[in-house]
Design a protein around this ligand. Structure first.
Ligand SMILES: *[C@@H]1O[C@H](CO)[C@@H](O)[C@H](O)[C@H]1NC(C)=O
Ligand SMILES: *[C@@H]1O[C@H](CO)[C@@H](O)[C@H](O)[C@H]1NC(C)=O
Ligand SMILES: *[C@@H]1O[C@H](CO)[C@@H](O)[C@H](O)[C@H]1NC(C)=O
Ligand SMILES: *[C@@H]1O[C@H](CO)[C@@H](O)[C@H](O)[C@H]1NC(C)=O
Length: 189
């Protein structure tokens, strides 16, 4: 009777532990960089859903953002991707058009992992393996951030939970700096 009770409570505490803090084993499964040959999976349009970041600069930046989408296209040059994006900022009397975004050529790095950068001197972005209709952008330089994007405005709850575990594995703060409120409009193309 006592043993039974003990094992049940141990089980419960293990379960709650695994829900909050992924183990090193979980993390090696959860955090895997996409490889260069997976490039076709990131092409097309994506809507920003949630962001974790470890610096206050990102927090104040994302506080001013209502919605954002990005689009990756291939170009004639197989070392370059064209990144289009449109970001809607919180309404501001000084800004007539709340939607901003300029196309950027992103260079594909030549290593094993899928990795892109706008200029050599700027931080490089990698991508983590995730659900088929999700995209996770990971940038780790002086600061670190992790962005979840989706093909549609929401992802399944289980996919969001997995993303949050991935953020925990990378030691990012517990609270996201951005979560998309689907009542907010997306910028037009
Ligand atoms: C994945 O990329 C990150 C960031 O560059 C790097 O720190 C990490 O070691 C890579 N993981 C593996 C398993 O290569
Ligand atoms: C980029 O790809 C989308 C489809 O994903 C296409 O509609 C669009 O015309 C492309 N843009 C350019 C500049 O090639
Ligand atoms: C890119 O194109 C060049 C020649 O046009 C070719 O030699 C090279 O292997 C290509 N690289 C990739 C990653 O496909
Ligand atoms: C991207 O690079 C191509 C080829 O160098 C160039 O023609 C194009 O104008 C560039 N686009 C942007 C947005 O910088």
């Amino acid at each position: 009777m006592f043993t039974l009770h003990l094992s049940a409570s141990v089980l419960v505490s293990l379960l709650s532990l695994s829900a909050s803090a992924p183990t090193a084993d979980d993390c090696s499964q959860l955090v895997q960089n996409m490889t260069a040959d997976e490039l076709p999976k990131i092409l097309g349009k994506w809507i920003l859903i949630e962001v974790f970041a470890d610096d206050g600069v990102f927090k104040s930046m994302y506080e001013n953002i209502e919605s954002s989408w990005i689009e990756f296209n291939t170009t004639a040059d197989n070392q370059t991707l064209l990144l289009n994006s449109r970001t809607r900022s919180v309404p501001n009397p000084h800004q007539k058009d709340p939607c901003v975004g300029v196309p950027i050529n992103m260079t594909l790095a030549s290593g094993k992992d899928l990795e892109i950068y706008p200029f050599d001197t700027l931080p490089h972005s990698k991508f983590l393996r995730t659900c088929p209709d999700c995209l996770i952008v990971h940038q780790k330089d002086k600061y670190q951030f992790l962005q979840l994007l989706g093909r549609t405005q929401t992802v399944a709850v289980s996919d969001l939970e997995t993303f949050r575990k991935q953020a925990a594995c990378l030691q990012l703060p517990e609270l996201p700096v951005f979560h998309y409120d689907t009542n907010k409009e997306l910028c037009p193309e």
